[in-house]
Design a binder for this molecule. Structure first.
Ligand code: SAM
Length: 308
C-alpha cells in the first residue's frame, strides 16, 4: 500500500552531513530523571510526561489556529509529518484523509504506536498510517516527489539555525510538483513577571549554546521562499496568557508551565540552573501568567508554500 522509497545510496552532501551530525539511532538515555534521545541535538525529553505535554500542545495549537492543516490541500494521496512526536497529528490526518497514506517520521517511535503494537490493538492505529524512524538532519529517506503534503511542526528546539535550509530543501525535494510544504513554528515567548523573565533568559542561553534560532515563527515563510516554493502564505497567531477569555491562551500557559519542566534536564546538564531553583521559578511563574502586568505573549506562525 505504501509507495515511498528509501534512498539506498547517500549523496556526497548526505555523507558530509552525516559525518557532521551524530548518527541518531533513537537510543534513549535517562538524564536528570527524564528520558531523552542520546545522539541528536534535540533539547527536550522523549518520555511519557512529554507525550502528555505534546498531546495537550496539539490541542492548544488546533484551538489557536482553528484547525490542524493550513495549506489548501484537497484530496492528498500521500502525507509526511516530519518530527511527528506523539504521532497524534499524523494519525488524525490519516483518519481525516482516509484516501491518503500518511507517514509519521521521528527520532523515536510514538508511545501510542509502541503500545498498540505491544497489545496488538487491531484497529487502534489507522491502516493508512505508518511510522518511519530516522534523523531529519541527515536527510529524509524518501525519494523525490513522493508527497502531496509535507508538514513539520514545532522542531525549533531540534534544528540548529544553520541546518534549517537543508531540511526545508529536503521537504521540498520529497514533495510532488503541485504539492504543499507547511512549517509551523514559534518565537521564544516575551513578557512575563520576574520569574518567567528569568526562564526566558535561561531558554535564550540554552538556544544560544546549541545555535538554535529563537524566532523561527518570523523566519518560516522566508525559508519556504528560499527553498524555491511558490504561492507562499502564512497564518500568524499571538496568544496572551493574561487573556483568560481565550481558551488557547489558557492552554498555552499550561504548556509553558510543563515546558519549563521539560527543558529542565538540558538546563541542569549545562549548569545554567539547579533543580531546586528551576522548581521555584516554575512555581513563581504559575502565579504570574494570569496577571495583566505580567502577561506572556507567545507567537506562532504556520507558513505554507507550493512546489512548482
Ligand atoms: C516538540 S516535538 C513536536 C512534535 C509534533 N510535531 C507536534 O507538533 O506535536 C519535536 C519532535 O521532533 C522530534 N525530532 C527532534 N529532532 C529530530 C530529528 N533530527 N529528526 C526527526 N525528528 C526529530 C522529537 O523526537 C520530537 O518528537
Amino acid at each position: 500500500m505504501f509507495r515511498f522509497f528509501r534512498r539506498n545510496k547517500q549523496s556526497k552532501s548526505d555523507q558530509n552531513t552525516a559525518s557532521r551530525t551524530e548518527q541518531a539511532s533513537g537510543r534513549l538515555v535517562v538524564e536528570a530523571g527524564r528520558r531523552r534521545v542520546a545522539d541528536a541535538p534535540y533539547l527536550l525529553p522523549a518520555d511519557f510526561d512529554e507525550t502528555n505535554r505534546l498531546d495537550m500542545q496539539h490541542f492548544m495549537l488546533r484551538t489557536a489556529f482553528h484547525g490542524d492543516v493550513m495549506a489548501p490541500i484537497t484530496v492528498p494521496q500521500a502525507i509526511l509529518d516530519v518530527g511527528c512526536g506523539t504521532g497524534r497529528w499524523a494519525r488524525e490526518q490519516a483518519l481525516r484523509y482516509n484516501q491518503a497514506n500518511v507517514i509519521g517520521f521521528d527520532l523515536v517511535e510514538p508511545q501510542a504506536d509502541v503500545i498498540a503494537r505491544q497489545i496488538d490493538a487491531l484497529g487502534s492505529i489507522p491502516s493508512n498510517y505508518v511510522f518511519v524512524q530516522g534523523n531529519a538532519l541527515q536527510g529524509l529517506p524518501f525519494s523525490d516527489g513522493n508527497f502531496d503534503y509535507a508538514h513539520m511542526r514545532f522542531l525549533a528546539l531540534a534544528i540548529p539555525e544553520a541546518q534549517w535550509m537543508r531540511l526545508v530543501g529536503e521537504m521540498a525535494r520529497v514533495t510532488k510538483p503541485g504539492g504543499w510544504v507547511e512549517l509551523v513554528e514559534f518565537n521564544t515567548p516575551i513578557g512575563g513577571g520576574p520569574a518567567f523573565q528569568r526562564v526566558i533568559q535561561l531558554w535564550n542561553q540554552l538556544g544560544d549554546t546549541f545555535k538554535m534560532d529563537g524566532r523561527n515563527a518570523d523566519h518560516v515563510a522566508q525559508r519556504l521562499q528560499m527553498a524555491g516554493l511558490t504561492h507562499i502564505d502564512e497564518r500568524r497567531i499571538a496568544v496572551n496568557t493574561a487573556d483568560r477569555s481565550d481558551r488557547a491562551a489558557r492552554m498555552a500557559a499550561v504548556d509553558l508551565d510543563s515546558g519549563i519542566e521539560s527543558s529542565g534536564p538540558a538546563l541542569i546538564k549545562l549548569g545554567l540552573v539547579s533543580p531546586d531553583e528551576l522548581t521555584a521559578l516554575r512555581m513563581a511563574a504559575r502565579e504570574e501568567y494570569a496577571q495583566p502586568a505580567y502577561n506572556v505573549q507567545w507567537q506562532f506562525c504556520a507558513a505554507f508554500g507550493q512546489k512548482a
